[in-house]
Design a binder for this molecule. Structure first.
Ligand code: FUC
Length: 743
């Protein structure tokens, strides 16, 4: 009886707490809090499935939030073995362990661990022996450091040992208030990492441990740890990929950051981050308070389609958070795991995988208003093309242009099968960057020359049959079937490249003769075919197996991300794509489901896109690789291939954007694939081709109001259900229309 009463009191107290916490949260952070916070009631026990990521596009960490011991595993995205010839692998950098001298027996209460996407802040709080401990972490882009702040309600309550670990085993050296290590990988790449601590009150000293020095903090009121890591890599082949000594770099960055207060660093971080993140707001409906207040692992475990639109919107914003955290201008692109990796032998080398994965990482960049975050991928292509040219010319006996293999590293080194249309697929990103921004200088100076060089590749590499048909001679539909001529994947991507080239040369009004040649070649390309069971053929011969559930659905490239097939312009091929897609099934690996969301959205079937979206919400638990239907997300919401791959998170963002707004035809299609599950909602800040930014809201499944701003002065055509209108907007103009598309 007694126990029961206690339980009741505890539960009651818990409920009161819960309501008061959510009440306060609502009052203090306006409407943002509900969709933007991942929270957990216990520390992470596992790196891949539970720890939470922070990053600034170069460095990043996974946070465990332990009570007696905090563990932060960290990365820097240029730490790679390999070179221009050997793929190598993306490496783990190291760990920081902070072990607190708490009473082992003390029982923590009110533990909470949170990742606030609105400000890219990680927060942990709990009470131990009557003292409230709070920690707050972020990874700053402007100051290039990870900042970790530890506070306690009692004076002198923070005593801890800080231990740094080099994932490559170098000794840790203590100096003043710092620990650092440095070393060299077997490819000669130099690396270094350092932490520097500041305290309010208390003392800091160096002690030696098994792997070198450690820092000891005694009885501090507050502790601030700044962490930086770097390599000597720069994206410049002419300098042999070598830049500044990483030890100098991190000392400089830590010294500069150290002159600022924690509050100042935090303010600079938030200003920088929100300038990107706040551009898009999304509401897909109401989630009830109880569900919303649940820890994320539980919320995901009890997720039911149509019951938690708040989580569906949060997943969209989480993807945007991950892209901002792993891909910033001036740096390397997001790899297979973004930049988070705790292994020196990560799955698939943690590489730039060219047959879907790296492209998918960048699908959301333009529509989800993060165009600047697209740039690292475009820069990467430019930086590696000379290496690729040499290797491509060697492999394909003297062809012009260049392409990639399936597995690629930061130096252009590659392994696994050749992927002939990879560079043409990458070229789509150059075209899209222009199509969304309408930056003519960029088109002329960067995108157009690249598109043209890749047309040369196909001029040299395509095979002309006796009847004049052009086929890619050695295609492979990833990653199945024979290597043979005329594989649909190759043909469609080449078609896409030629289309983008033709439009680019028209816009720039250049190279009319060459344009005519490419137009003729495009006409002669072997085109997609409809097969015996009504499917879109994956191969030239009608051999598709209706029971094939392969995760790659490469022959639907023309539907998405390409634009050769659409229900509007090529209804028969679109229908065949639908038949193929239906046969492939609704469950798959993480990224494959994300792609299927995009496909169904392009087929204007919002309910089917939503079926896949809800399958994507499946809580994955294991660590093993699963190539079939094990995909979903882990409790930290990272996408489970399995194992973890960030592509699915980012492909999800693109999928949701495609459900709400499309622009790959000559018009903006409003709410083209709105599912019944989202009758009411609103979105602000989605971007379209032609340089438009769109805000809309809808009620009972119908558009209420749309606001469109033109950033480029392009002609505006809008399609909503059976209505089509055209408006002329000058650069900077904005219009507001109702459901009849009237002003
Ligand atoms: C391709 C896919 C796998 C995995 C790997 C990284 O090879 O077939 O599913 O995503 O890339």
């Amino acid at each position: 009886m007694k126990i029961k009463n206690n339980v009741m009191i505890f539960l009651f107290a818990g409920l009161v707490m819960m309501f008061s916490v959510s009440g306060n949260a609502q009052a203090s952070s306006k409407e943002k809090e509900p969709t933007g916070v991942l929270k957990y009631a216990k520390p992470a026990a596992d790196w891949m499935t539970e720890a939470l990521p922070i990053g600034n596009g170069r460095i990043g960490g996974m946070i465990f939030g332990g009570i007696n011991e905090e563990h932060i595993q960290f990365n820097e995205n240029s730490l790679w073995t390999g070179d221009e010839k050997d793929t190598g692998e993306y490496q783990d950098f190291g760990d920081l362990f902070i072990t607190f001298s708490n009473e082992e027996s003390a029982v923590p209460v009110d533990y909470q661990r949170k990742l606030d996407l609105n400000q890219a802040l990680h927060q942990t709080a709990f009470t131990l022996d009557g003292i409230k401990y709070s920690r707050e972490y972020f990874c700053s882009h402007p100051d290039q450091v990870i900042a970790l702040q530890f506070k306690a309600s009692g004076r002198g309550a923070i005593s801890a040992t800080l231990k740094l670990n080099d994932a490559h085993g170098e000794k840790i050296i203590g100096e003043g208030n710092s620990l650092h290590f440095s070393g060299k990988l077997n490819n000669g790449m130099q690396y270094a990492a350092q932490i520097t601590v500041k305290t309010k009150g208390g003392k800091v000293g160096i002690v030696s441990g098994d792997q070198g020095d450690q820092l000891q903090v005694e009885s501090a009121d507050e502790l601030l740890v700044l962490l930086d890591a770097a390599t000597d890599f720069i994206q410049d082949r002419s300098k042999n990929w070598k830049g500044e000594d990483p030890q100098l770099r991190i000392k400089r960055e830590l010294t500069a950051a150290g002159t600022k207060s924690y509050q100042e660093l935090k303010k600079r971080h938030i200003t920088d981050y929100t300038a990107l993140f706040d551009r898009v707001a999304l509401t897909l409906g109401e989630t009830d308070q109880y569900q919303q207040s649940m820890p994320m692992d539980k919320r995901l475990e009890t997720y039911q389609p149509t019951q938690d639109p708040g989580l569906e919107a949060l997943m969209f914003q989480y993807g945007r958070y991950l892209l901002i955290s792993s891909s910033r201008e001036g740096g390397l692109p997001a790899n297979l795991q973004g930049l988070w990796n705790d292994s020196n032998h990560p799955a698939w080398r943690g590489d730039y995988h060219s047959n879907i994965n790296v492209e998918m990482n960048y699908w959301p960049a333009e529509p989800a208003n993060l165009s600047e975050c697209h740039v690292p991928f475009l820069d990467y292509v430019v930086s590696t093309k000379d290496v690729r040219k040499e290797q491509t010319s060697e492999h394909y006996s003297g062809v012009r242009g260049w392409t990639y293999q399936t597995e690629n590293n930061i130096f252009g080194g590659a392994s696994y099968t050749w992927n002939p249309p990879a560079s043409a697929w990458y070229a789509l990103h150059f075209w899209e960057h222009y199509a969304f921004t309408r930056d003519s200088f960029y088109l002329k100076e960067t995108a157009y020359p690249l598109l043209k060089e890749l047309c040369w590749f196909w001029e040299d590499h395509l095979k002309e049959r006796e009847d004049g048909t052009l086929v890619s001679p050695d295609g492979w539909s990833p990653e199945q079937g024979p290597i043979e001529e005329g594989v649909t994947y190759d043909q469609e991507i080449i078609y896409d490249l030629f289309t983008n080239y033709i439009e680019a040369s028209e816009i720039l009004n250049v190279d009319a003769d060459y344009r005519a040649r490419i137009t003729d070649m495009r006409n002669r390309l072997l085109k997609p075919k409809i097969g015996r069971w009504g499917q879109l053929q994956e191969w030239e011969k009608d051999v598709d197996d209706p029971n094939n559930k392969h995760r790659h659905v490469s022959h639907l490239f023309a539907l998405h991300p390409g634009r050769q097939i659409s229900p509007l312009n090529t209804p028969e091929l679109a229908e065949a794509a639908r038949v193929s897609l239906t046969a492939r099934g609704d469950k798959a690996t993480g990224w494959s489901m994300a792609w299927k969301m995009n496909f169904w959205a392009r087929l204007l079937d919002g309910n089917h896109a939503y079926t896949i979206l809800s399958n994507f919400m499946h809580l994955a638990k294991g660590h093993d690789t699963d190539y079939s239907e094990g995909g979903g997300v882990y409790s930290n919401l990272l996408c489970a291939h399995p194992p973890f791959q960030v592509d699915g998170n980012l492909g999800y963002v693109a999928g949701v954007a495609e459900m709400l707004l499309q622009s790959q035809t000559d018009a903006l299609q409003l709410l083209p694939a709105l599912p019944n599950a989202w009758p009411n909602g609103s979105v602000k800040g989605l971007c379209t081709r032609g340089g438009f930014v769109v805000d809309m809201d809808w009620i009972a499944g119908n558009l209420r109001i749309v606001r469109i701003k033109s950033n480029a002065g392009c002609p505006l055509k809008i399609v909503y259900k059976d209505k089509v209108v055209e408006y002329k907007l000058a650069k900077g103009d904005e219009i507001k229309l109702d459901a009849d598309l009237k002003k």
